[in-house]
Design a protein around this ligand. Structure first.
Ligand code: ZN
Length: 162
């Protein structure tokens, strides 16, 4: 089987059997990404261990083309368990690989390598990048979040208490 055929099968498998699909009940943060060119949508929910700054849980929901959804599945599989720093670096490295002119690898070391073949179709590169861009934004959001405050509902209850 050629690398191209193998890549197509891996992408199809992730599309049809997405890993880490759904929404976390109590995510540390949730974030959405949208690719207007293709109509792809990705919603990430991430559970972060604040002491280690590690991604302990991650799930995605969304809709769109097979490339965007398969890429999201691969991304969650790859960064689950990683430190935020590692995950951000993985996203950056993936983005660079999708943007350079190097030919796709002749061997697939990990599932995510299957997306390198998409480079032949420039219009689809944004589909492959969407989950990773959303991940990078999520890490930024987490790093720049406001310190935890009392939730609005609690305040309301207090004010209304007899
Ligand atoms: Zn797409």
């Amino acid at each position: 089987m050629s690398v191209e055929e193998l890549s197509r099968e891996i992408i199809l498998d992730h599309y049809q059997n997405p890993r880490n699909h759904g929404r976390l009940a109590q995510p540390t943060l949730a974030n959405r990404g949208h690719n207007p060119l293709c109509g792809d949508e990705i919603e990430l929910s991430i559970g972060i261990d604040p002491n280690e700054e590690r991604i302990i849980e991650i799930a995605f929901a969304g809709r769109g083309c097979s490339i965007s959804q398969a890429s999201a599945s691969m991304m969650t599989e790859m960064v689950k368990g990683q430190m935020l720093e590692e995950a951000a670096a993985a996203a950056q490295s993936f983005t660079q690989r999708m943007g350079n002119r190097e030919p796709p690898p002749q061997e697939l070391e990990q599932d995510v390598d299957a997306l390198q073949g998409v480079k032949k179709y420039p219009a689809r590169v944004k589909c492959a990048l969407l989950p990773w861009t959303t991940l990078r934004e999520s890490v930024d959001l987490y790093r720049h979040r406001e310190p935890a405050t009392v939730a609005g509902d609690d305040r309301f209850d207090c004010a209304d208490a007899p």
